[in-house]
Design a protein around this ligand. Structure first.
Ligand SMILES: NC(=O)c1ccc[n+]([C@@H]2O[C@H](COP(=O)([O-])OP(=O)(O)OC[C@H]3O[C@@H](n4cnc5c(N)ncnc54)[C@H](OP(=O)(O)O)[C@@H]3O)[C@@H](O)[C@H]2O)c1
Length: 192
């Protein structure tokens, strides 16, 4: 299994990279801006590619030969999602795991989150309108605890809980990357 990680220098992406290297035999391509910041954690299995997630042409090249794409981004997420979906079409890939946030559908009881989540809403809408085998994750607030313990809620259901450990998310992301049909075309709330 070959996995492209877009936004690979983010804290959750680095956590998930470590898990994928420790728990699977996947080959990883780490795609990030200013690649000199990230030491290669395992040169036998990891390729590092410098690029911007809004650059569809660069993403298309990086997607060659991959089985799954895991995107863990921030900022101009609508534009990034459009570039990723376009590149996946051009590269002939189907499987996308995309990190969003709790609250994008007003699903967290007592919270509105308003415009701060607009980039997350835009990107989820772009991906949801695509024909990809996507799984959008809407995590709660990240914690650093060692536990792997989480609850999933589906789109249309109220979000349960508030926090989730990065260990839990890395476990779930790794499972999704390795399982082409698990939770396909779904947007999942994740918290413990
Ligand atoms: N922390 C929480 O409690 C929490 C809860 C729910 C959801 N989330 C969301 O989950 C996502 C991942 O979280 P995180 O803590 O891992 O975030 P993070 O550390 O800020 O990582 C986001 C990464 O996105 C990269 N990025 C942004 N624009 C890019 C572009 N145009 N091209 C390439 N890379 C780009 C950044 O790269 P640079 O290093 O080059 O800037 C950064 O490494 C974020 O969207 C976050 O808001 C977080």
């Amino acid at each position: 299994m070959s996995i492209l990680i877009v936004g690979a220098n983010g804290q959750l992406a680095r956590h998930t990279t470590a898990r994928l290297l420790a728990e699977t035999d996947s080959r990883l391509t780490l795609f990030l801006r200013r690649a000199s910041r990230l030491p290669n954690p395992d040169p036998a299995r990891v390729t590092i590619v410098e690029g911007d997630a809004t650059n569809e042409a660069a993403l298309t090249v990086a997607m060659k030969g991959q089985d799954a794409v895991y995107a863990s981004l921030a900022g101009e997420m609508g534009q990034q999602a459009r570039a990723i979906v376009g590149a996946m079409h051009r590269a002939g890939l189907k499987r996308l795991i995309f990190i969003s946030s709790m609250g994008i559908y007003g699903e967290v009881p007592g919270e509105s989150y308003r415009s701060i989540l607009d980039p997350y809403r835009d990107s989820a809408a772009v991906i949801g309108a695509s024909d990809l085998d996507y799984t959008i994750l809407r995590p709660g607030r990240f914690t650093r605890g060692p536990s792997i313990d989480f609850t999933i809620t589906h789109k249309g259901e109220p979000f349960k809980g508030h926090d989730v450990s990065m260990n839990s998310l890395a476990y779930l992301i790794a499972k999704l990357c390795l399982s082409p049909s698990l939770h396909v075309r779904s947007s999942l709330g994740v918290s413990n």
